[in-house]
Design a protein. Structure first.
Length: 263
């Protein structure tokens, strides 16, 4: 090999493996110092050699690699004039194959470690991104609710409806309602609902069946709070709270707990 471009593609793999003899290696490196294209090919060859450690079935070297190795073996076995020299014992370092392993093992170890570290870093970033998205969604929900509440409270046509306890029930609640923008806000205090039961808020329209506006379990120390955007064109005549199976029902089935007509 001279200082010109390598004529064999396998020379880059041989160089990456450290399998070139001294003269070929020096000529190769002399050329690499002034050839960015070949330097890039060497980098790619080193990457391929590192990946060999992770290949599932072992692959045979290319014919060019095998031919080059055989030339080195034959050259070292021949004496002057082409006669065979006495067979030399295999070096303690294992020869060419040991040189392959010495190059591949550190590269494979470094590649595996880098892969694991990148995977862990990527998982951490994914968790942080998911937490950030969740936080942004909650903040946006709170912002939307605060905006709707401010609009509801500031509107001159918003009415307040008081809900009174029915016979045998305790608690109190109020509903802020605006028929023009179709918004309602419920705040109320009730005792805890029995096991497997929930309180459910209803809008009773001028026409048609009651409309579910949310459910809660009830806490005497903390008011239940909810807001709802009503279907377009709905005008309420009353609001009510019933006791229903846990999670609520499509239509009222249980006893009335709180009721408040719009005067």
């Amino acid at each position: 090999m001279s200082g010109e471009h390598p004529t064999r593609a396998e020379d880059f793999d041989l160089y990456a493996l450290g399998a070139l003899d001294d003269a070929e290696r020096k000529a190769f490196e002399s050329h690499l110092a002034s050839c960015a294209d070949c330097a890039e090919k060497v980098a790619a060859a080193r990457g391929r050699m590192a990946m060999l450690a992770f290949a599932a079935p072992p692959t045979q070297p290319s014919p060019g690699v095998k031919e080059s190795l055989m030339r080195q073996v034959i050259a070292s076995a021949q004496g002057p004039g082409g006669s065979l020299a006495p067979v030399k014992p295999v070096p303690a370092d294992g020869g060419v194959f040991a040189r392959w392993w010495a190059v591949l093992l550190p590269a494979a170890t470094a590649f595996a470690l880098a892969t694991v570290l990148l995977w862990l870093h990527n998982e951490q970033l994914n968790r942080q991104l998911a937490d950030l998205r969740n936080t942004i969604q909650q903040q946006q929900k709170q912002l939307d609710e605060a905006h709707s509440m401010a609009e509801l409270l500031s509107s001159k046509d918003t009415v307040m409806v008081s809900l009174a306890p029915q016979k045998g029930a305790t608690g109190s609640a109020r509903v802020l309602y605006n028929s023009r923008n179709g918004m309602m806000m419920y705040d109320g205090v009730t005792p805890p609902a029995p096991m497997d039961k929930s309180y459910q808020v209803w809008l009773v329209p001028m026409k048609g069946a009651p409309i579910a506006a949310g459910w809660f379990t009830g806490r005497p120390d903390k008011p239940a709070h909810m807001m709802m955007k009503l279907p377009e064109g709905i005008v309420a005549k009353a609001f009510a709270v019933t006791l229903e199976p846990a999670g609520g029902m499509p239509q009222p089935t249980g006893p009335m707990v709180l009721v408040g007509p719009i005067s």
